[in-house]
Write a protein that binds this ligand. Structure first.
Ligand SMILES: C[S@@+](CC[C@H](N)C(=O)[O-])C[C@H]1O[C@@H](n2cnc3c(N)ncnc32)[C@H](O)[C@@H]1O
Length: 276
């Protein structure tokens, strides 16, 4: 068992430790929003974590973690669980969701599209698959889990402007925004400088947790938890939206990278303020 270590940066807390242990010490009903992407058990090569458990052991472990997550969630909290299967293990995300049915209501099921072809034009990137049986997998799941299925969501805050502006007056909308729906095209960001480069095999783009936060509704000072923080992407989204982030990861190097990325994000924000 690894000993956990806790550190504050700005409003946020990083914990290097095993989330099963750390969650047990957190107060009940203390978290407003969870955005996380656990290991998928697909054999991804993390630095220290082994991503190849027997399937039942993996599902038992995830069920255990999610039981603890439910305890720390406020009654009106949202839990956004990002996970994917592979061509060889397509059922895994659904097996997990079946296990979680007794704990949560599946309030929304969003498909995160990493790459899409519209007509002849392709947007975004994906890892090409060399196969005569399978097509490339360009999407992942975002399961929006809540305790009772009745958490109000900010459809317009997370929404998009109308393409046809005549819809606004014709349908008596107050603002130029409509619901984005349940397919979110979010490509990976382009790395612009060496400072932004980091090494982790399975991150999501910052825009993904940010969209989840906006859908739940931004509550300044609210608490966001990521029990599988990796290099801190969701904590950066928390910083950008005025939430207080708590990130947990077992790997010291990832926590160190998360800290550096957050420091950069905080400094960027401060620079933006000075320019205004
Ligand atoms: C899919 S990655 C998360 C990546 C993250 N969304 C990001 O953008 O950086 C899963 C992370 O879970 C961490 N992990 C595995 N077992 C853990 C545990 N028991 N407690 C906390 N973190 C764990 C791994 O080290 C890995 O960084």
């Amino acid at each position: 068992m690894i000993r956990s270590r806790r550190e504050k940066l700005g409003n946020h807390t990083f914990v290097r430790g095993d989330c099963t242990t750390v969650l047990r010490r957190m107060p009940s009903q203390s978290v407003d929003i969870i955005v996380t992407s656990p290991p998928y058990n697909l054999g991804v090569e993390y630095r220290t974590y082994s991503d190849k458990l027997p399937e039942d052991a993996y599902l038992d472990w995830m069920e255990d973690v999610c039981t603890s997550l439910k305890r720390v969630m406020k009654d009106g909290a949202s839990f956004f669980l990002n996970i994917a299967g592979s061509s060889a293990q397509p059922w895994l995300p659904f097996e997990l969701m079946t296990r979680l049915r007794t704990l949560f209501v599946l309030q929304n099921h969003i498909t995160w599209i990493k790459s899409i072809s519209v007509g002849e034009i392709t947007y975004g990137h994906f890892k090409p698959l060399n196969s005569s049986r399978f097509v490339n997998r360009n999407h992942e799941h975002i399961f929006h889990l809540t305790k009772r299925g009745d958490v109000p969501v900010s459809r317009l805050e997370a929404g998009v402007p109308f393409t046809d502006k005549s819809n606004i007056s014709r349908r008596q909308h107050e603002i130029d925004r409509r619901c984005r729906g349940d397919t979110w095209f979010i490509p990976y960001e382009t790395v612009r400088s060496r400072k932004e480069k980091f090494s982790h095999p399975g991150t999501f783009p910052i825009a993904l947790p940010e969209a989840c936060i906006r859908l739940h509704g931004v509550l300044p000072g609210g608490v966001l938890l990521d029990p599988f923080m990796g290099v801190g992407t969701s904590i950066i989204a928390a910083q950008r939206t005025g939430l207080t982030g708590i990130g947990i990861d077992t790997d010291t190097r990832y926590v160190n990278i998360a800290r550096k990325r957050l420091r950069l994000a905080i400094n960027q924000t401060e620079e933006d303020w000075e320019e205004d």
